[in-house]
Design a protein around this ligand. Structure first.
Ligand code: SAH
Length: 398
């Protein structure tokens, strides 16, 4: 274990840490330059060297580490990790008992007390995601805790730092029994094929569970559905199971066809009755307009950033334009599910994008529902910036 380092907090940031703000921003620290080794335990102190909090050094896209405790005496050791992880598991008891859903998050970073670490559960398999070299250096504690407190089939990990090309041929298996992938998990009675050892993504984004359920239960019956940025078609499956007349899934990645066929098939849906297109969404919008195609339900859940041969796309900049395109091919009284996982702007800002798009499209709408992360993705209500998911379900009324 690296040695403890004292970090002096800027006067104006002290109050935030005292209120429980968990992220250590570089701008909040006067002497951040003393940090050299990720995983070092840091003591946050004020000008008079009074203790504020203790945490660790680890570089993520945002921040240089996380607060772990505000108790000066608390050691960051096996017992610390055990208490946080078992408390998190206790909070998920209802999930473990739910017969309809066996894929969910059991540990959500700072929301469960340890920023930079998440653990997802997929029917007996555990997937640990590490968001910095710093937290990864403490992995022995986390794996020892899992060894002690859970009965796992197998453990996999995702190193979500040092992103460059690391997923080429990377084996993410850690220990236990290797999965015979794809395994089929259940979510609110739907089946999803999941592979924990196939790159950064698993086949399903667990944080959209409530949205998939809403689409199936409330918005699909008899509808012509367009799912853009469809990935493995998880929303299309939900729509088809909800009685959609037809779904169209559009994703630029070639792998999406086989993956989407698989998701339909494990649900007993005839994929030949559905449309699966490998295409740039922006091109698809033009194609649909040209052919005067209209949809009753359009799902819009783009990645925060994307680059294809022709475009770079960032939700923070381009969401209004994207939504305008979607509005143009949505039927009157049709529904748009507008979603983004970009943490850099708030729900309030997202709604201004929606306004902007409808003004630009000379159309009108009303909001039917809005939601953010599901309950297993625990976040602290005092700090909404960590609740990155923003979903608005709206109806085009004119
Ligand atoms: N909405 C999906 C997840 C989307 S992941 C779900 O909930 O399951 C983002 C997807 O967007 C990836 O599959 C990626 O291939 C796709 N993508 C990125 N840029 C795109 C573009 N310009 N056109 C179509 N698909 C794109």
């Amino acid at each position: 274990m690296a040695k403890t380092i004292d970090l002096q907090v800027n006067a104006k940031n002290i109050g935030d840490f005292k209120k429980g703000y968990p992220l250590i921003l570089k701008s909040a620290i006067i002497n951040a330059d003393v940090l050299t080794k990720e995983g070092s335990i840091v003591r946050l102190i004020d000008r008079d060297r009074r203790f504020i909090a203790k945490g660790y050094y680890g570089n993520q896209n945002k921040g240089i580490g996380w607060v772990l405790t505000r108790k000066e005496e608390e050691e960051i050791d096996f017992d610390f990790f055990e208490s946080k992880i078992s408390a998190a598991m206790d909070r998920r008891e209802e999930w473990f008992e739910n017969a309809d859903t066996n894929a969910f998050r059991i540990f959500n970073g700072e929301g469960d007390g340890i920023g930079g670490l998440t653990i997802d559960y997929f029917d007996g398999y555990y997937m640990v995601s590490w968001y910095s070299e710093g937290i990864y250096s403490m992995k022995h504690h986390v794996y020892s805790v899992l060894e002690k407190i859970v009965a796992y089939k197998g453990i996999y990990e995702k190193k979500r730092f040092d992103a460059k090309g690391q997923y080429i041929d990377q084996n993410d298996f850690v220990k236990g029994q290797e999965g015979d992938f794809p395994i089929i998990v259940r979510e609110n009675g739907m089946n999803y094929a999941v592979d924990l050892n196939d790159g950064a993504m698993t086949g399903i984004f667990l944080d959209q569970r409530d949205v998939r359920k809403a689409i199936r239960d409330n918005y699909s019956k008899g509808k012509n559905v367009l799912n853009t940025f469809s990935y493995t078609g998880a929303f299309s499956v939900a729509a088809a199971l909800g009685g959609a007349l037809k779904t169209t899934s559009v994703d630029v990645a070639k792998r999406s066809t086989a993956k989407t066929i698989e998701q339909f098939s494990v649900n007993g849906i005839d994929y030949e009755q559905q449309d699966i297109k490998v295409m740039d969404v922006f091109e698809y919008f033009r194609y649909a307009k040209r052919h005067d195609m209209k949809f009753d339900l359009v799902v819009l859940d783009p990645p925060s950033f994307a680059r294809t041969k022709k475009y770079t796309f960032s939700t923070a900049k381009d969401y209004p334009a994207l939504l305008m395109d979607a509005i143009a091919i949505t039927e009157k009284n049709g529904i748009i599910v507008a979603s983004t996982n970009n943490a850099s702007f708030s729900m309030k800002k997202f709604k201004t994008f929606i306004d902007e798009a409808f003004v630009g499209a000379d159309a009108k709408y009303k909001i039917l529902e809005e939601s953010s992360l599901p309950k297993d993705f625990r976040t602290n209500r005092d700090f909404p910036e960590f609740n990155y998911l923003k979903v608005v379900i709206l109806q085009k009324i004119k």
